[in-house]
Write a protein that binds this ligand. Structure first.
Ligand SMILES: [Zn+2]
Length: 551
């Protein structure tokens, strides 16, 4: 279908499978070598892995471009089975510290096997099947690699082995607190189910980390490798940022340096995992099979820690000539948003799943600590209950038979049979335009006269979805936050201004917003046409001059 074709374009020259006759000649259980070539301006990176083929069982679903018998390029679903636990499809054989393995072998971490990294995107892109489990292992690996590279290049930083271990643990645990379907849970579900409640998955990651530390195996491994209270604080701060301190401690030190785990001369260590958003998006794009021109190996190779004159902090700086590579990373991020996270079908699927979860909220229960039971949205208060909450709730509702879950079940049935709420259209509001005002305008200005009389106004609801696409820093140029260094002055950090960057890589606008409108019931073809016309009329009437984008 259409989706396959789109993927095929992104995949060109990315993956080649040998032997060339795959899949016909490779038996189930046989080995296959996958080579991923990433061609860059300066070097060609080639990663080769061996995988066991399981054609029937979907363990890890990769979409790869296959060189067929006639040398005809074609797409095939290749179901890759890891024959070693940490044979990562992106990073190859990943060796992990025994402490990390101990953390991995806990129910709190294993839970991430059943949480989709990209929420509902799997229903749009078959390649978006990766879970928080393999993602977290990948982040731990990259974070460790980064810290080790800095230690080797700059011994004067006095990075200790224990520092690196803490960075790796933080990378491994940074997503522990995600709920079912990742951002769908904290971004859509919780705000709807518990209005006004300020809750983010990072907060749950900390709570889950504390819960996990009670595990006997993890506890003794922490002691064995001499990670103490301070190191645990350091790990939590890398995941969450500065932790709340008791008012008694809140004196002079907070103003200068808000962290407890490490002192200011190790400030750069905090950047490795909090840059995780970038690592996150990089890995998502690799999993989706999108062409990605940001090269993280180059990024690590050219990173250097310098003292930033203004505030005396030690910051990770990037070689000046690498600025275009950094822009590539931000472009990858915005491209991912447009093509995957904010895809219009993905959006409505996530809104429908959210609606089903809200309807099921009171009827899905998990047992938590002290034998207490918690409803779906209440599980965030109790980590024992929350540990039992994964994407499985989707199937729990879908396969339920109780009357209480009927409404929720019917919505999910529509999702899997792709009877999605019809899409009417989208519009891009002016920058800074008040979105709520625009939405209210839609609600009052449309007219229902196009229905043939069998439907009433109350039968329908308009669903408005607001999408924000930015470079991670709202309207600001993301480069403004970074520091660079020159080859001949490697210890002097400086900022790069707009006039030093080619217009080809520099976008003029760093964020954009879209309003998408859907109906919450299916419509006949005639009705859909009429509804779309009304939307179109409305769209043309509202004053929002087109903004031009330079990318
Ligand atoms: Zn992550």
């Amino acid at each position: 279908g259409e989706i396959m074709y789109k993927l095929e374009n992104h995949l060109a020259d990315q993956c080649v499978i040998s032997p060339s006759t795959f899949p016909e000649n490779v038996p189930v259980g046989g080995l296959i070598t996958v080579s991923i070539y990433t061609q860059k301006a300066y070097n060609v990176v080639q990663i080769t892995h061996q995988f066991t083929i399981k054609r029937e069982v979907y363990v890890h679903n990769c979409i790869l471009l296959v060189n067929g018998a006639n040398n005809e390029e074609r797409l095939a679903h290749c179901n890759v089975m890891f024959h070693q636990v940490f044979n990562d499809p992106i990073h190859g054989h990943v060796e992990l510290h025994p402490l990390l393995c101990k953390i991995i072998d806990t129910p709190q971490f294993q839970r991430l096997r059943n949480i989709k990294q990209l929420g509902g995107a799997y229903y749009v892109y078959p390649g978006a099947s990766h879970n928080r489990f393999e993602h977290s292992i990948g982040v731990a690996h990259l974070a460790g690699q980064f810290a080790r590279a800095l230690k080797e290049r700059q011994p004067e930083l006095r990075i200790k082995k224990k520092d690196i271990l803490c960075v790796e643990v933080a990378g491994l645990c940074h997503d522990l607190g995600h709920g079912p379907f990742s951002h769908l849970f904290d971004g859509n579900f919780i705000p709807k189910a518990c209005p006004g409640r300020k809750w983010k998955h990072e907060k749950a990651s900390i709570a889950m980390f504390n819960h996990l530390m009670k595990n006997k195996g993890v506890k003794s491994a922490m002691e064995k490798y001499r990670l103490d209270e301070k190191d645990r604080d350091f790990i939590k701060e890398m995941i969450f940022g500065p932790l709340k301190t008791k008012t008694s401690e809140k004196s002079n030190c907070i103003k200068n340096w808000p962290y407890k785990g490490r002192t200011k001369d190790k400030s750069f260590l905090y950047e490795i995992v909090s840059n995780k958003r970038n690592v996150d998006c990089l890995m998502d794009s690799l999993h989706l099979g999108m062409k990605n021109s940001f090269d993280h190996c180059r990024f690590i190779k050219f990173a250097r820690v310098c003292k930033v004159a203004e505030d005396g902090e030690w910051q990770i700086c990037i070689r000046d000539k690498e600025v275009s590579n950094i822009y590539e990373m931000f472009h990858t991020r915005s491209r991912l948003h447009r093509r995957a996270y904010q895809h219009k079908t993905n959006k409505i699927i996530e809104l429908m799943i959210t609606e089903a979860f809200v309807k099921a909220d009171k009827h899905i229960c998990r047992k938590g600590s002290k034998g207490k039971t918690f409803t779906l949205s209440e599980t965030i208060k109790d980590m024992e209950a929350y540990t039992k909450l994964t994407d499985h709730i989707f199937d729990e509702i879908l396969n339920s038979s109780s009357d209480d879950l009927k409404e929720a079940r019917e919505i999910l049935q529509k999702v899997i049979t792709r009877k999605l709420y019809p899409y009417l259209g989208q519009t891009k509001p002016k920058q800074n335009q008040d979105i709520t005002e625009v939405c209210t305008y839609i609600f009052v200005s449309h007219d229902y006269n196009f229905f043939d009389g069998t439907r009433k106004q109350g039968d329908f609801k308009i669903i408005v979805s607001i999408c924000k696409i930015d470079f991670g820093m709202k309207h600001k140029n993301p480069i403004d936050n970074l520091r660079f260094y020159k080859k001949d002055e490697p210890d002097k950090a400086f900022k790069i201004s707009d006039d030093q960057v080619s217009d080809f890589v520099l976008p003029s606008i760093f964020s954009e917003q879209w309003i998408r409108v859907y109906w919450n019931k299916s419509l006949s073809r005639k009705e859909l046409k009429a509804a779309r016309e009304i939307f179109e009329n409305w769209r043309q009437k509202i004053p929002h001059p087109e903004v031009t984008f330079s990318y």
